[in-house]
Design a protein around this ligand. Structure first.
Ligand SMILES: NC(=O)c1ccc[n+]([C@@H]2O[C@H](COP(=O)([O-])OP(=O)(O)OC[C@H]3O[C@@H](n4cnc5c(N)ncnc54)[C@H](OP(=O)(O)O)[C@@H]3O)[C@@H](O)[C@H]2O)c1
Length: 304
């Protein structure tokens, strides 16, 4: 299939482009002269007007018509929790919807697909529904791409930070509410936080780079941290220093059971399961350059 990526400007359609990563990726693509369309469940009138960006309605049964005229599809749709606690919604959103979109892309003549996965995604060895569904999607989109001549690249970031993130910002908000100490589940869980601008740059650069075809790209920042270190740093940087108290495992499990019924499901049993394996890149993986300490103070408030 012809990827038509040498057209000027290349036209890219993004699923899930209205979110945190999407905002930064759109900027990176516009900087490279791309024309961008974002498919969203929110009606067009409720999105900001941005030169070079078009909003398309989220109509899965009409994806093939919607995708006509674009040369690349990007999928950023992802959820961290589900209403059912049995993996079904993860499967629908991370696997079924993605395969429907990729099939529609093929029908529309799209030859390039960038797929957002996650570090730790593994169809068989993932410890949570989230990781297994992400891993299954990754395997299936690459197999589909090889079978149908669509050039697929998947991206596997550790936790992503940057202006507008829901990771550091959430811990900063929680720290503000805590009375002096911060009870933390899974304090020894490990991450390699990667900056959203690095993620967006790698994805945008990959669009036209044949060396990334059929590749699975792990994305980690320059350093690994424990969750305890991240929360301690975030609370201090946000101006709400707190003593972090690591919860024993039984209390972490109990917290997950209770909080998955709280509004917004701030922590679930599935999240707890994801935290049971280190979310860091294997030795030898190239690291992305931006340090947490260089960016977080710009949006969390007071410098540490
Ligand atoms: N943020 C991180 O730390 C991190 C780490 C590793 C991997 N990732 C992956 O990176 C991707 C983007 O993450 P993000 O932080 O930008 O997420 P986000 O801010 O929540 O944005 C995701 C977008 O997906 C769309 N979406 C959500 N649920 C959907 C559903 N059921 N059906 C259709 N569309 C849905 C939403 O768009 P509309 O509401 O406009 O339809 C939303 O704006 C996800 O796949 C995530 O798993 C993120």
């Amino acid at each position: 299939m012809d990827t038509k990526l040498h057209e000027t400007p290349p036209a890219v359609v993004i699923l899930g482009g209205s979110g945190f990563v999407g905002g930064h990726l759109v900027t990176a693509l516009l900087d490279r002269g791309c024309r961008v369309a974002i498919v969203s469940r929110t009606p067009q009138g409720q999105h900001p007007i941005q030169a070079g960006v078009q909003w398309l309605p989220f109509k899965p049964d009409h994806f093939s018509e919607l995708f006509k005229g674009y040369c690349a599809l990007v999928n950023l749709i992802g959820i961290l929790n589900e209403p059912t606690h049995n993996g079904r919604t993860f499967e629908q959103v991370h696997v079924d919807l993605v395969m429907q979109a990729l099939d529609a892309a093929r029908q529309a003549g799209i030859g390039r697909y960038l797929h957002m996965s996650a570090l730790g995604a593994d169809e068989h060895k993932g410890t949570s529904y989230y990781q297994r569904s992400k891993g299954r999607a990754e395997n299936r989109v690459h197999a589909y791409g090889r079978e149908h001549g669509i050039q697929v690249t998947s991206f596997r970031p550790s936790v992503i930070f940057g202006p507008g993130d829901s990771f550091l910002n959430r811990f900063a908000q929680l720290a503000r509410l805590m009375p002096g100490f911060f009870p933390l589940a899974c304090p020894d869980a490990r991450f390699a936080p990667v900056c959203v601008t690095d993620v967006a740059r790698v994805m945008a650069d990959a669009l036209n780079d044949p060396a990334t075809y059929d590749q699975h790209i792990d994305l980690c920042g320059p350093a690994d941290y424990s969750l305890r270190e991240i929360v301690d740093y975030t609370a201090r940087t946000a101006g709400h220093p707190r003593t972090v108290i690591g919860l024993p495992d039984w209390a972490a499990r109990l917290q997950a059971r209770l909080l998955e019924y709280a509004p917004g499901k701030p922590f679930t049993r599935d999240n707890y399961q994801s935290l049971q394996v280190a979310n860091v890149c294997p030795p030898g993986t190239p690291r992305q350059p931006t340090r947490l300490e260089d960016i977080a103070p710009t949006y969390l408030g007071k410098r540490a």
